[in-house]
Write a protein that binds this ligand. Structure first.
Ligand code: GTP
Ligand code: MG
Length: 632
């Protein structure tokens, strides 16, 4: 936690404690509390031209809020049922239809004995009726949790799953309204994706196809909200307004099939009296325990308790890990029924607003998401990102890098700066997170003029690599607030000595890439240059030449990847892990590399290698090895 943020929290807690211990002074002190939130925290937006009203106006629901509300509503009306196979669909429909009205059914599996159907019902009352008609096995060693996570027992399998309904069971034959069983994927088949990418006719189409096939689909989204619902329901006995709100790539539009589920837990998500702008409207106030001065220790204890609930009581939740000393205490677990890795944090409202900001940026132009996906995919392939924490660049930072580049494109940016979005904010867009961070920016994206930039995905991706291959990371940092900004040059002056400085768009005194060390930055730069170089060659081909190369490849069976039969060309040359292996040898930092006058990479050994140069463009881009023989 930053010193500033700690100060704000301490000040806020301190004032609240003071207010509560001296009720007679509430009137005097409350305005001070408002002032603290409105003046101190809004300094985060120094430089923004937006006028933040002192009195909270009614929040205007944003398109993002509507999207989240719709998905939460679907989850509230859904149950997850483990079945024997997809063939159980009509029987399950018929059984459930005795108690409730079924809207849709989705099937997924990740092994023969892990087959599931998500059943969306007409109403939350329907879910209650189903749960009333469900039961537990009468074994003493089971924890009798009631939740919308169920399994469908074979007919005649004992008496534990007993129907409390007196209605007569319908036959399957009578299931005339049986909805079609929809399918989705919860794991990526890299081979299938690459086959589709390989059969595209242009590089830009490859980027589009990669995005379409690897982004979270409807089912992926539903199981995430259902997983959140399980935790939320478990806490609602004691906190009826508790909410587990997904954030991060599950909802920000940059989620890939199989991405983790980030959850922000809010124990009382009702609008507080302070937020509805009318402090005197409520006469009856709940008796509550006070959060002690050391709020952080209290939050750690609460998170510990959440970890215990997950571990001790909730079906399917395994591998619970509590990382309570982190800047933001976190509980990690695996939900076995949805095969999701989950990260729970407490009241992480700023991160929820960050997801909304990223979602808005992704919605402003249709090229943003495909580009972010491609860059994330590329970074994984060349092992710049890692599943384990460390000094590596994260997907989140990479996303900000792409957005920043799209703000800086010349002559026309693809995206506006955050400062522009803040200056366009309407009074109803005002948002302040629980810990006092101002997250006010334009929510109604229809008010943003479409970009005049008409570059292809191919050209933009090339531009991205070129931009960062020559970026002055030593002296400059990146700021989404500034974007293309003023005439002071690209980026902002780096405020500290971190090798990579990427300003947190909402808490501008924080660097989201603080973890990246000099060596990782160097690797990033080298990989960017290498990718730019490769793409430069691809772009040099005319459409006809590209087609020719493509057909040459199609007839050249030797180029087929041994694992999946996909033909490697274009985007695949950037993304192929096998190429990454070659590059590992080729690009080890500070050893076998020299950067020539044009900033391109050559191996020292290549300078002395007597390899015959193949001047045919086609064969250059057919294999990455062509680079190795190049002398500059
Ligand atoms: P993947 O999980 O890798 O698909 O991407 P993600 O965007 O979900 O990243 P991650 O799970 O690491 O983080 C979830 C969210 O937490 C991000 O989308 C950000 O909103 C926020 N976040 C992640 N890293 C940082 C950070 O360094 N600083 C801040 N302030 N927020 C972060
Ligand atoms: Mg995530």
């Amino acid at each position: 936690m930053s010193v500033f943020r700690a100060f704000c929290l301490r000040s806020r807690n301190g004032i609240l404690t003071h207010i509560q211990s001296q009720p007679s002074r509430i009137k005097v002190l409350q305005p001070l509390f408002y002032k603290l939130r409105n003046d101190v925290h809004f300094k985060h937006l120094a430089g923004s031209t937006s006028t933040i009203p002192q009195k909270a106006p009614k929040k205007t629901p944003s398109p993002y809020d509507s999207m989240i509300r719709k998905k939460r509503d679907e989850a509230e009306r859904s149950i997850l049922v483990q079945v024997q196979s997809a063939m159980s669909h009509p029987e399950l429909y018929s059984y459930i239809s005795q108690f409730a009205s079924v809207e849709q059914m989705y099937h997924y599996s990740f092994s023969d004995d892990m087959q599931f159907i998500v059943v969306e019902l007409s109403s939350a009352e329907d879910v209650e009726r189903i749960l009333d008609a469900s039961g537990h096995l009468s074994q003493g060693d089971l924890i009798p949790v009631r939740s919308p996570l169920l399994w469908f027992r074979a007919k005649g399998g004992g008496n534990s799953l007993k129907s409390k309904s007196k209605k007569k069971s319908k036959n399957i034959e009578n299931a005339e309204n049986l909805p079609p069983l929809k399918c989705g994927c919860i794991t990526l088949s890299e081979g299938d994706i690459m086959k589709s990418v390989s059969s595209c006719s242009s590089f830009s189409e490859q980027v589009q196809v990669l995005y379409k096939l690897s982004c979270l689909d409807e089912l992926g989204s539903r199981i995430r909200f259902l997983t959140a619902r399980q935790l939320e329901l478990a806490l609602q006995g004691i906190f009826p307004n508790a909410k587990a709100i997904p954030f991060g790539s599950s909802v920000n539009g940059f989620g890939r099939v199989g991405c983790d589920l980030d959850l922000s837990l809010h124990l009382d998500s009702c609008e507080s009296e302070e937020e509805d702008g009318n402090p005197t409207s409520l006469r009856l106030i709940f008796q509550t325990k006070m959060i002690p001065f050391n709020g952080r220790a209290q939050m750690q204890r609460q998170m510990e308790a959440v970890g215990d609930i997950l571990q001790l009581f909730l079906p399917g939740c395994t591998h619970v890990r509590r990382i309570l000393q982190a800047r933001v205490p976190i509980v990690k677990y695996h939900q076995d029924f949805t095969s999701l890795e989950c990260d729970v944090t407490m009241s992480n409202q700023t991160a929820v607003f960050m997801s909304e900001l990223l979602w808005i940026m992704g919605s402003l132009d249709a090229r943003v998401r495909p580009l972010v996906f491609t860059v994330r995919h590329w970074a994984k392939a060349v092992r710049l990102t890692s599943a384990t924490p460390g000094p590596f660049i994260t997907n989140f930072t990479l996303t900000l890098l792409v957005l920043h580049y799209l703000q800086c494109c010349k002559p026309h940016p693809v995206l506006p700066s955050l400062t522009t979005l803040i200056s366009m904010a309407a009074p109803g867009d005002r948002r302040v997170s629980d810990d006092g961070v101002n997250c006010t920016f334009l929510r109604d994206i229809s008010r943003v003029k479409p970009s005049e930039n008409t570059e292809s995905l191919h050209a933009l991706l090339f531009g991205f690599f070129q931009f960062y291959a020559s970026f002055n990371f030593e002296g400059r940092g990146l700021s989404l607030a500034k974007g293309h900004g003023d005439n002071s040059g690209v980026g902002i002056v780096k405020p500290d000595a971190s090798p990579l400085y990427v300003e947190n768009p909402l808490e501008r005194m924080l660097n989201v890439s603080k973890n990246v060390n000099g060596q990782e930055l160097e690797r990033l730069r080298i990989e960017m240059r290498s990718a730019a170089w490769l793409m430069e060659e691809m772009l040099a081909l005319s459409d006809d030449e590209a087609q020719e190369v493509h057909s040459t490849r199609t007839s050249h069976s030797a180029l087929k990847s041994a694992s999946d039969g996909a033909l490697s060309w274009g985007l695949m040359d950037l993304l192929s892990p096998s190429n990454a292996k070659v590059k590992d040898n080729r690009l080890s930092v500070g050893t076998a590399m020299k950067i020539n006058a044009k900033g391109r990479l050559v191996r020292v050994t290549d300078l002395f290698e007597d390899t015959e140069r193949d001047d045919s463009r086609a064969s250059h881009s057919v294999t990455r090895g062509a680079h190795k023989g190049r002398k500059r």
